[in-house]
Design a protein around this ligand. Structure first.
Ligand SMILES: Nc1ncnc2c1ncn2[C@@H]1O[C@H](COP(=O)(O)OP(=O)(O)OP(=O)(O)O)[C@@H](O)[C@H]1O
Ligand SMILES: [Mg+2]
Length: 203
């Protein structure tokens, strides 16, 4: 299936997390080591919408209530296609479409997953963190639902420190590069399992 680039784990200083940097903590720096957070990174190439859905499905099977998955990338990168796969992995019923006009769509995971709510936000039209908060994002994020957002960079400051941040790049007509960063232990474990399921060996 997907071609493989890399998977690796690292430790980030918390202040680096805040600015989404991948630089590792300097060895021997005690103060910084005390304020670190674990992180990992996976890069996958998809060659078709079906492959992107398959990656999403594998990820969806690993999600639990309270998880936050953020999907960044230009128009047509495949964010919504990936969400369709995630929803299918969560056994959600109904059609997953772009929430461009409603800004947040709500689905339900299947009965085996306790029918937990799945929130799918599209923040393209949002231009400030305040506007994002006005949508009630904090309530969605603190609830027991699974939260997925397109255009998360529109409201960088509102996300929990720990999250799964996926950057999708258009690399060709049907080629998409998925750069997935896990921040925090919960997401590092999730990403390790995802790399296993996609047949990717850790470096
Ligand atoms: N490998 C691929 N993965 C996902 N989509 C692909 C791929 N190759 C081609 N496509 C096409 O790219 C488009 C992706 O559309 P999608 O709505 O998912 O983008 P989006 O990132 O959600 O954009 P927007 O910012 O407008 O919401 C679809 O038309 C899909 O068929
Ligand atoms: Mg979309």
């Amino acid at each position: 299936m997907a071609d493989i680039a890399t998977y690796f784990e690292t430790t980030l200083a918390k202040e680096d997390v805040a600015c989404s940097s991948l630089s590792a903590t300097a060895p021997g720096d005690r103060r910084r080591r005390e304020a670190t957070i674990t992180s990992s990174y996976l890069e996958v190439v998809s060659n078709s919408p079906a492959q992107t859905r398959k990656i999403g499905r594998a990820l969806g099977r690993l999600l639990r209530p309270g998880d936050v998955v953020l999907l960044e990338g230009p128009f047509g990168a495949g964010k919504t296609v990936l969400v369709q796969g995630i929803a299918s992995g969560l056994r959600a019923e109904g059609l997953v479409s772009s929430p461009s006009f409603t800004l947040v769509n709500e689905y339900r995971a299947g009965p085996a997953l306790g029918n937990v709510p799945i929130y799918h936000a599209d923040l393209y039209r949002i231009h400030s963190e305040q506007e994002a908060l006005d949508l009630g994002l904090e309530e969605y994020l603190s609830g027991r639902g699974i939260f997925l957002a397109e255009w998360p960079e529109r409201a960088r400051g509102v996300w929990p420190e720990e999250n799964l941040w996926i950057r999708l790049e258009i690399a060709g007509e049907k080629e998409r590069k998925l750069k997935i960063q896990a921040i925090g232990q919960r997401y590092v474990e999730m990403l390790r399992k995802l790399s296993d399921r996609l047949g990717i060996k850790a470096e």
